[in-house]
Every structure is written in structure tokens, then in C-alpha cells.
Design a protein around this ligand. Structure first.
Ligand SMILES: [Zn+2]
Ligand SMILES: [Zn+2]
Length: 169
């Protein structure tokens, strides 16, 4: 059996990072609004629990999470915002776009403008600053779409299929 050891290591690291962040949030409660802090704790617990299941999946020889649709599915029905990237000095980087999840305060994906025509980048750029929601075509559908809550026209930005195993873990 071929194990994706690189991804296993990375996921273990990520899990540890979220666990440390959770401990920090629990201890430093006073710095946050109480209900906001509790909400964040629950989101972190959810992420840690998901990573635990993902690690079991990987240790059974399962495939790696697919950038794009699988990440959107993790933020299904959450509130996302399209933002420009920033360099270390805080200057706007127009060739980088981020999908930022307001619900979990986390980056969902980043998109880099390439020299050739990158349709995905342009499609997302059209909705800069807009509120985006990942939704499935239907309840048990494997297809997930990024939809814009601010636009009536071109409401559906991108659609893609999630990994076959994604709903099973
Ligand atoms: Zn989210
Ligand atoms: Zn829009």
C-alpha cells in the first residue's frame, strides 16, 4: 500500500496547530467576546475532528484532498469574501486573490494570475469584495458551486466535483 506520507505529516502538523490555537482561545477567553470565542472554539473542534477522520482515511491509503471543490465543501453555506492578496508591507497584490471565510476566519483558497489567460482567476476577480457562498447543486450532489450573494447576473461563479470519498469520511 502506498501511503501519502508527506500529506500525513502535513495534516498532523495542521491538527497540532489547530489544537494549540484552540487551547489559546480557551485560555485567553477574556480577550474575546464570550459568544464569539465559543463559536470559534466549536469551529476549531470541528476542524480538528475532521482532520482526525482525514488522517484515518490517509492511513488506509486514501487519496489527498483536492484543492478547490473539496475545500469549498468544507465551507459549505459559509460566508466567504473575495479579497486581494497583500505583501508583507500591507501593499495590495493585484495578481493574487483570496477566498476568505468570514464564518471560520480562515483562508479557503488562493488564486494567482498567470501570464496565460486564467479563466478561474478572472471569474473570481469579477466578484471582488462580494459575499460568496459554496452550495451543492442538490442535497447529496457531488457538484459544488461558488455562488455570489451580491450579483443577480452571473450568480454562479464556478462549479466543480468534490472527491468521491469526501462525504464518506
Ligand atoms: Zn468556513
Ligand atoms: Zn458578485
Amino acid at each position: 500500500m502506498d501511503l501519502d506520507t508527506e500529506e500525513i505529516k502535513l495534516s498532523e502538523k495542521l491538527q497540532k496547530m489547530y489544537q494549540e490555537f484552540l487551547i489559546y482561545v480557551e485560555q485567553e477567553n477574556v480577550e474575546f467576546d464570550r459568544t464569539e470565542s465559543k463559536k470559534l472554539e466549536l469551529k476549531l473542534e470541528e476542524k480538528i475532528y475532521w482532520l482526525k477522520r482525514y488522517l484515518i482515511h490517509l492511513e488506509k491509503g486514501g487519496k489527498r484532498i483536492k484543492a478547490g471543490p473539496d475545500y469549498w465543501a468544507q465551507h459549505e453555506n459559509h460566508k466567504l469574501i473575495v479579497e486581494h492578496g497583500e505583501d508583507e508591507q500591507g501593499n495590495i497584490e493585484k495578481d493574487i486573490l483570496f477566498l476568505w471565510c468570514v464564518t471560520c476566519s480562515d483562508i479557503v483558497s488562493s488564486h494567482v494570475k498567470k501570464s496565460y489567460k486564467n479563466k478561474e482567476f478572472e471569474k473570481i476577480e469579477n466578484h471582488l469584495g462580494h459575499e460568496i457562498k459554496p452550495v451543492r447543486k442538490s442535497h447529496n450532489s457531488k457538484t459544488i458551486c461558488l455562488t455570489c450573494d451580491n450579483c443577480q447576473k452571473n450568480k454562479v461563479i464556478l462549479c466543480s466535483d468534490i472527491s468521491d470519498w469526501f462525504d464518506e469520511i
